[in-house]
Design a protein around this ligand. Structure first.
Ligand SMILES: [Zn+2]
Length: 63
């Protein structure tokens, strides 16, 4: 069982001052990822038709 954890961003040994990360840079990277995934709605690139207000005939999908 390893005593020191590794940085979840780059895999380097974590530093006490920035744990569980190895540096402030990696901490910022993780923070940005977390904030992005939480507060920013990702654009659906796979959506073929994003016309919410467009009437579609013969569509039985509720969502
Ligand atoms: Zn790192």
């Amino acid at each position: 069982m390893p005593a020191a954890k590794t940085c979840p961003i780059c895999g380097k040994p974590s530093v006490e001052a920035f744990k569980p990360f190895c540096s402030k840079r990696c901490a910022d990277v993780d923070l940005n990822r977390w904030l992005s995934g939480t507060y920013v709605i990702p654009a659906k690139e796979d959506e073929p038709a994003a016309h919410e207000n467009t009437p579609v005939s013969g569509d039985d999908d509720e969502f």
